[in-house]
Design a protein around this ligand. Structure first.
Ligand code: SF4
Ligand code: SF4
Length: 353
């Protein structure tokens, strides 16, 4: 008996995934939108989205030529800590919820590899497969939508009616013919909370009436992907975010339900660390604290730059000496951020004096 779609999805659930669905590996119509977005320059400096690797996203078969279907699987990571929109301690730095625990790439990859091995054993014959988690050139959210996991909201996240948007996505490309799922309806309706809440107006309307993320204005991009200096215009809107931003998900009504992960790997190593502590951190402490977590991607100097901006936004005079020290940092982006932050902070201290 050939493997059924139900068996494949059940294998994913048994491997610890919370959502599972099957999409065809055929090219998706979303690729045209993706290209249009990239051509508008909205990918910023993320060359891997716009160069040859971006073009590979046109067809999942550029990754596995014999792929017929894709198992799309989601794993929840939300944990019982407040949302950034309900957390007003400006002396602490906000790290995006997904980055509090261990790096999800390895965890999802290991889970999907277990699924593939189980399926090969159950099928009784070999077939091609490949695991993709975030880094492969694949339109992940589009396939996940086609696999029935959720719709792509105005905040550009994949949203599940049952689980909200706090889940990681991974895919298993399969050389197997399976019954595919269908996309759920878009349930954003007339809501526009995410658009109104975005502090840097990074969610912008597209010509086809859908919403796009202008990464160049998005705090997630600025604090994680952007190297070097951050535009002075955007720095005040960054608030106390030192790695990523959760605001457009925090305000989404589909994330009101509290469905938490049961995986300890995603528990916070340090929830909202004090900005002063981060500013004093030496590089070896950064390594100790963040190696093996998504924060590692920002690198030491990127995090220091973000911390300097957050301290400038905090309006706390006790940050002045720390900013003076960061203003002398050898990295020009850290020094520039600290100098600007000093000016912002001195202005706010003068106004309140
Ligand atoms: S992550 Fe933050 S900055 Fe980016 S679109 Fe959402 S609210 Fe705006
Ligand atoms: S906040 Fe509203 S508009 Fe934005 S993604 Fe959620 S439901 Fe959609």
């Amino acid at each position: 008996m050939p493997l059924s779609a139900a068996q494949v999805k059940q294998a994913a659930i048994e491997a610890g995934f919370d959502l599972a669905g099957i999409a065809s590996a055929d090219p998706t119509s979303d690729y045209a939108r993706y290209r249009a977005w990239a051509e508008l320059g909205m990918a910023g400096e993320m060359g891997y989205l716009t160069d040859r690797r971006g073009e590979l996203r046109a067809d999942a078969r550029s990754l596995v030529p014999t792929a017929k279907t894709i198992l799309c699987a989601g794993k929840r990571y939300n944990s019982p800590y407040p949302y950034s929109t309900r957390f007003d301690d400006s002396e602490r730095g906000w790290i995006s919820r997904y980055a509090w625990g261990c790096d999800y790439h390895d965890i999802l990859r290991a889970g999907l590899t277990r699924v593939a091995e189980k399926l090969v054993e159950a099928a009784g014959h070999p077939f091609d497969w490949r695991v993709c988690v975030d880094t492969a050139p694949l339109l992940e959210r589009s396939y996940a939508r086609l696999a029935g996991l959720g719709w792509i909201g105005k905040n550009t996240c994949l949203i599940s009616e049952r689980h909200g948007s706090w889940f990681f996505l991974g895919e298993l490309l399969l050389g197997l013919d399976l019954e595919v799922d269908s996309s759920p309806p878009d349930r954003c309706g007339s809501c526009r909370r995410c658009i109104d809440a975005c502090p840097t107006t990074a969610l912008v309307p597209g010509s086809d009436g859908t919403w796009m993320l202008d990464a160049r204005r998005c705090i997630s991009y600025l604090t994680i992907e952007k190297r070097g200096e951050i535009s002075a215009e955007l720095q005040p809107g960054m608030g106390n975010q030192v790695f990523g931003c959760d605001i457009c998900q925090d305000v989404c009504p589909w994330n009101r339900r509290e469905r938490f992960t049961v995986d300890d790997a995603f528990s916070p190593r340090a929830f909202a660390p004090p900005l002063a502590e981060l500013a004093r951190m030496e590089e070896d402490e950064f390594r100790r604290m963040f190696r093996g977590t998504p924060v590692w991607r920002a690198k030491y100097r990127g995090l220091l730059r973000n911390v300097a901006i957050a301290m400038g936004n905090a309006g706390q005079p006790e940050f002045l000496p720390l900013l003076v020290k960061l203003a002398g940092n050898a990295d020009p982006a850290v020094a520039q951020a600290a100098n600007r932050a000093l000016r912002r902070l001195e202005n706010s201290v003068t106004k309140t004096a």
